[in-house]
Design a protein around this ligand. Sequence first.
Ligand code: ATP
Length: 133
Amino acid sequence: MSTFRLEIVTPERKVYEKDVNMVVVKGVAGELGILPNHIPLVTPLKIAPVKAKIGNSNEFIAVHGGFMEVRKDKVVILAEAAEMGADIDVSRAHMAKERAERRLAQKQSDINAQRAELALQRAISRLESVEEK
Ligand code: ATP
C-alpha cells in the first residue's frame, strides 16, 4: 500500500510526523479523505479529530482548527494546538468541557459565549480523540 508523509505542526512543536496510507479530516466544507497522489489543495479545518490510517490501524490526533495543505510530496496540517490521543489529559478535558458548558448555560455576552463554545468544541474533540480508537 503506498504512503505519504503526514506532518501536524503547531507554533510550539511538531506533534506528528509519519508515513500514512490515508488521512481523514473535517474541513469547513465537510469531511475529506486524502489518499496518496491527491491533487494539491489548501483548506481550513474544523475543531475535530484527524484520523491517520496506517495499515490496519487508525491514529487519532485532536487538531484545533488551523489549515491543511496537500502538497505533491506530503500533507501538512498547521494548527494553533494539537495533541496525539496518548498525550491528552482526559480529566483536564472533562473539566474544560464542564466549565464551558457551565458558561454556556449562563447568560453571557456574545464574545464570552463564543469563547465558551470554542472551548467546548476543543474539549469534545480531545475526548473523542482518546475514545475513538
Ligand atoms: P484548558 O481550559 O484545559 O486549558 P483549553 O482548550 O483552553 O483547555 P488550549 O488553549 O486549547 O486549552 O491549549 C493550551 C495548551 O494546553 C496547548 O498546548 C494544548 O495542547 C494543551 N492542552 C489543553 N488541554 C489539554 C489536554 N486535555 N490534554 C493535553 N494537553 C492539553
